[in-house]
Design a binder for this molecule. Sequence first.
Ligand code: TXA
Ligand code: MG
Length: 351
Amino acid sequence: METRLIKISTENPEADLVEEAARVLREGGLVAFPTETVYGLGGNGLDSEACKKIYSAKGRPSDNPLILHISQISELRPIVREIPPKAQKLMDAFWPGPLTMIFPKSDIVPLTTTGGLDTVAVRFPSHPVAIAIIRASGLPIAGPSANSSGKPSPTRASHVAFDLSGKIDMIVDGGAAEWGLESTIVDVSGEIPIILRPGAITKEMMEAVVDEVLIDPAILSKPSDDLRPKAPGMKYTHYSPAAKVTLVKGDSNAVIRKINQLCASDSAQGKKTGVMATEETKEFYQADVVLSLGKRESPEEIGANLFKFLRKFDFLGVDMVYSEVFPEVGEGLAIMNRLNKAAGYSRIDAE
Ligand code: TXA
Ligand code: MG
């Protein structure tokens, strides 16, 4: 299959191009499109066949459900069985935006979309191109991240092309995704909302609206038999570049010393080394490739660069990547959740 690449303006999405993308979706095809978090791989969320194509293009296990994307609040009602009062409050506060909520699903949503579950994940993105395409299609659009399953989520159209060229109908290039990490997922089907995947909308932000919010304890530890994440997708290896990623924890000087020792010994064995550093530390590392995620006090910057850098290390043929760690609060929780998964939970304490 030939994949068409079209560029659409974010400031002023061209109506004719938007309509071309929407037509592909209405006809059962797949279109990758930008959102404010990461690029999504869109298909008709009410059409089992389109959803099967999504699983197959990504190489994704079919028990890992898809998020339905809407372009206005009125599109929510037909796809859910009920809208709990706390969901209404969260939606009033954070939609459109990087928040996905889990609702009991209505009958029109196929089980193929929800990976066999009786619930459905819904998100109303804020990206003008995403909104325009969904609105023009007239459909709820199933949209997982537009990467090959297991690879870091794409934050650029070029990342999507690298993973999915030849496997999907169209890629809409709308520039770089602003947040760079996937949306926060919150389950609102019970009494107290539970965060299943941390993201830009933090626990603290949601607590300002609905008092209490819990976090799925499986988010920061390696999935095990007694600690199984509630979002099926969170149990899979994820975000993994080809390089082996190891996190190094400790005070700044000890971390720099430890990473430099590890890089020296890897180099002696002929390995190419890489470091995910910060603005404060980047000049102190001796490795083949040193990339600065941003300033420590700027988690937005770190989040926006993380997946891009994981892909860049692969592109540069790096074998061993060492990364600093960050406080697990606010947006830092999302950063550490993705870093831990990229590293397969391998972490070294620097003395
Ligand atoms: O930011 C995002 O959310 C991006 C953009 C494209 O919107 N999408 C995205 O989708 O990250 P995906 O499919 O890569 O991740 C969706 C996650 C998976 O871990 C999946 O298991 C979980 O959401 N999920 C989907 N439906 C669910 C449900 N009914 N119950 C629990 N978890 C669910
Ligand atoms: Mg994904």
